[in-house]
Design a protein around this ligand. Structure first.
Ligand SMILES: [Zn+2]
Length: 274
């Protein structure tokens, strides 16, 4: 059992929906007894480039079991956020390649013109991977199944969405994130409240800021795909699944904090009922 699940169970009360799997040797592949390594959640080149490696952050997640008590963790320097149970093959292989490809897009300055398909795909995969590394390593319910975690090695699972935003200078050039579930949903009139609650709880939403760029990543409950959920209505600009027309950098909405950006999900069918 993950430490976070035991912690919540000890508090008593109802456990919100979550993926229940034995803890794997590597979160990102099926290799048993994989030789593990420590992965910096935000790569050292990024925190170095932003000059925030020693900056202390207080990551936050919202507990649905006690929605009025946001669970704020203790302050730690950014460089101290590492994920374990990621094997050397994943870490030095596809993850390292993804960092190399994403670096110029993440740090591009100034950002001009329209996003290309290649840039959108790289950013979407990098933010989706980062959201999953946060989900498996930080205190929150596990909400991404093994098959979707493993697929990140080659692409982006079809239950993931990514929307972009810019951060205003007031936000500071830092790294920040929050894990939660969508706070509101548009639902069919006939759907029972309990079903809506389950679907919402089983949906991961991670808002991430890296410097002046931010993203809202969602992972829908299986067997839903993003088509079956029929999309999210984020207050950011969707780039994944690839839209017919990608946005211009200048048209992305700007916020003072990546944490404040809410997502409304539109549920068209219950993923738990076939
Ligand atoms: Zn692995």
């Amino acid at each position: 059992m993950r430490a976070y699940d035991s912690y919540v169970a000890k508090q008593g009360g109802r456990m919100a929906e979550r993926v229940r799997e034995p803890i794997p040797d590597c979160w990102f592949c099926a290799t048993p007894k994989a030789k593990t390594s420590r992965e910096h959640i935000f790569p050292r080149w990024l925190t170095g480039e932003l000059g925030v490696r020693d900056e202390e952050v207080t990551p936050m997640h919202v507990r649905l079991e006690a929605p009025n008590a946001d669970h704020v963790m203790t302050k730690r320097p950014l460089a101290g956020f590492v994920a374990t149970r990621i094997c050397q093959e994943c870490n030095n292989g596809w993850m390292s390649e993804l960092e190399t490809t994403a670096r110029p897009v993440l740090t591009e300055s100034p950002r001009k013109g329209r996003l290309t398909r290649a840039e959108a795909e790289i950013l979407a995969r990098w933010f989706a991977k980062t959201a999953v590394v946060l989900n498996v390593s930080q205190n929150f319910r596990l909400l991404v199944e093994a098959r979707d975690r493993h697929e990140l090695a080659i692409g982006i699972p079809n239950n993931a969405t990514v929307a972009l935003m810019r951060l205003s200078p007031a936000a500071g050039k830092t790294v920040d994130w929050i894990q939660t579930s969508p706070m509101t949903a548009l639902v069919p009139a006939a759907m029972e409240q309990a079903a809506v609650q389950r679907i919402i709880e089983r949906t991961l939403q991670v808002n991430i800021q890296v410097g002046d760029l931010g993203a809202v990543v969602t992972f829908a409950a299986r067997p839903n795909t993003t088509e079956a959920v029929e999309g999210y209505l984020p207050a950011a600009t969707p780039i994944w699944p690839l839209p017919a027309r990608l946005p211009a950098w200048g048209s992305l909405p700007r916020y003072d904090s990546a944490r404040d950006v809410a997502v409304t999900m539109r549920i068209v069918q219950n993923p738990f009922v076939r």
